[in-house]
Design a binder for this molecule. Structure first.
Ligand SMILES: [Zn+2]
Length: 242
């Protein structure tokens, strides 16, 4: 295991208890017991502080892990509710990989997440601009950069570093952004160079965001938290904080 980060999951007993309580509330409206397929119509207030936002993500991920999703904000009415304006409580910078759908992993719906999705969850000018928009104009209180197991973009960067050959086309631009994380991983690759590079790439994206004045000022004011995370394709769906 890499020594550069601690491994914490997003949830503990408190989250599980809250999720169970929430599920109970959902059950009361669904006599068939088909909770996994029943959208929640529970009104949800805006989340404006980082701690509450992170807790909401933890609880949503816990519901996903235990297959007890409440599908908040998925009912067609929710689409109408947010049509006039949005107040997403978290920015997720995640990979385009089809196996890592952000809203599903943390059981959220319309209006909840501002998703910046790009191969390798890299931060280039467009991604940074997207995040700054969410921070500056939508006042979103939490940003999470999410890496994942066997990321093809990071694998391409590892291959490029090891072979000395850049990939063809615009993929090279993505690989260029990931390459510093690969170099860092080579110094202490642990059991799996690719996996270590994936984790360091998520941390690198977090740190790149923190260099933004817009982001840094919001963090300094206590209005924003920026964290890196890791999702394994092989475990039970838990998302780890890095
Ligand atoms: Zn990926």
């Amino acid at each position: 295991m890499p020594s550069k980060f601690s491994r914490r999951t997003w949830f503990g007993l408190a989250g599980a208890t809250a999720a169970a309580a929430a599920l109970t509330a959902c059950d009361s409206k669904t006599p068939t017991g088909d909770t996994a397929a029943t959208p929640s119509l529970t009104p949800r207030g805006p989340i404006t502080d980082p701690d509450t936002a992170l807790e909401a993500l933890k609880q949503g991920n816990q519901r996903f892990v235990t297959a007890e999703q409440m599908h908040p904000g998925e009912h067609p009415d929710a689409r109408v509710d947010v049509a006039g304006g949005q107040k997403p409580f978290a920015v997720l910078v995640s990979c385009s990989d089809s196996r890592v759908p952000p809203e599903l992993l943390v059981d959220q719906g319309f209006g909840d997440l501002f998703v910046v999705r790009v191969a390798g969850n890299v931060i280039g000018p467009s991604e940074l601009g997207s995040v700054e928009y969410a921070v500056d104009h939508l006042h979103t209180p939490l940003i999470v950069t999410v890496g994942h197991t066997r990321c093809g973009a990071v694998e391409a960067a590892v291959d490029s570093v090891e072979s000395g050959e850049a990939p063809h086309g615009a993929i090279a631009e993505i690989v260029k952004l990931i390459t510093p994380a690969v170099h860092e991983a080579q110094k202490d690759p642990g059991e799996d160079l690719l996996d270590t590079a994936v984790r360091l790439n998520a941390v690198q994206s977090r740190d790149t965001l923190l260099k933004s004045t817009v982001v840094a000022d919001a963090v300094a004011a206590g209005k924003l938290r920026v964290i890196a995370a890791y999702y394994s394709l092989d475990n039970d769906g838990k998302v780890e904080l890095l």
